[in-house]
Design a binder for this molecule. Structure first.
Ligand code: SF4
Length: 249
């Protein structure tokens, strides 16, 4: 495994790739296996050697953290800023996104779904062991696809809505290209996909229809509340994904 200093040097080197789309990884869904921008994404390039799981993963993440801090110190120095100043920053004004009704709702929903998936589909996130799917439907790729989407985006939407709420700035309420809108946009895209995925699931899982209808109603409420909280989110242009990239190196 690379040391933090080696990782930092590698990040610098990878960042020189002229094909990179700056910041593309900030507002994507992190589903790299399905992404057509892997060759233009710094995050993908720098995480290729990440261990999949186990204690090695924590060591790796620790080194990534250390490497990032080293890089940040270097960047601040170049900008004439003193890294020590960060330590003396005043705590931010009290605002806790966890108390926001939208976050509370999406958080609770994600755990409700998590429990439902655990109860109905014991085993791993493996399309071959979806116990809930009747045997004759297991080969139906639409089901497998739908549940892959549900597993993938279930907690993703809470994380992105949390980030969107964290960055809310009253002074930027008319602006479109803000971090909050970008985070809210990818959350909305994931919510739309979840709604479609649950609809596919409901088509043939008639014995779970009532539960799935409830999930769909809650998802629709979360969708609406997210759009109301971030009215400009859908207009946000994500580098690479939405038409022209914002900037290319
Ligand atoms: S932009 Fe694509 S390759 Fe990069 S992190 Fe996001 S999903 Fe993965």
């Amino acid at each position: 495994m690379l040391s933090p200093s080696e990782m930092k040097d590698r990040m610098h080197k990878l960042a020189q790739n002229k094909d990179n789309i700056e910041g593309i990884y900030n507002y994507c869904d992190r589903w790299c296996e399905r992404c057509s921008f892997t060759t233009r994404c710094l995050n993908f390039a720098s995480s290729k050697d990440a261990p999949e799981d186990g204690p090695e993963l924590w060591d790796y993440l620790h080194n990534v953290f250390e490497a990032t801090m080293l890089m940040l110190d270097e960047m601040m120095e170049k900008m004439g800023l003193d890294p020590e100043e960060i330590k003396n920053l005043e705590p931010p004004e009290e605002y806790d996104p966890r108390e926001h009704p939208l976050y509370k709702k999406v958080y609770e929903f994600s755990f409700t779904i998590h429990k439902w998936l655990e109860k109905n589909k014991p085993g791993e996130n493996d399309t071959d062991v979806f116990d809930i799917i009747p045997g004759n439907k297991k080969s139906d790729s639409r089901y497998n696809e739908a549940f892959e989407v549900i597993y993938f985006y279930n907690f993703f939407i809470s994380a992105k809505i949390f980030r969107a709420l964290t960055g809310i700035d009253e002074d930027e309420s008319d602006e479109i290209q803000t971090d909050s809108n970008g985070s809210a946009k990818i959350a909305l895209i994931a919510i739309d996909r979840l709604i479609a995925a649950w609809s596919v699931a409901m088509e043939k899982l008639s014995e779970h229809e009532d539960e799935i209808i409830r999930f769909l109603i809650i998802l629709s409420e979360i969708r609406k509340q997210t759009e109301l909280a971030f009215p400009n989110a859908r207009k946000f242009v994500r580098a690479g994904f939405d038409g022209q990239p914002l900037s290319e190196n």
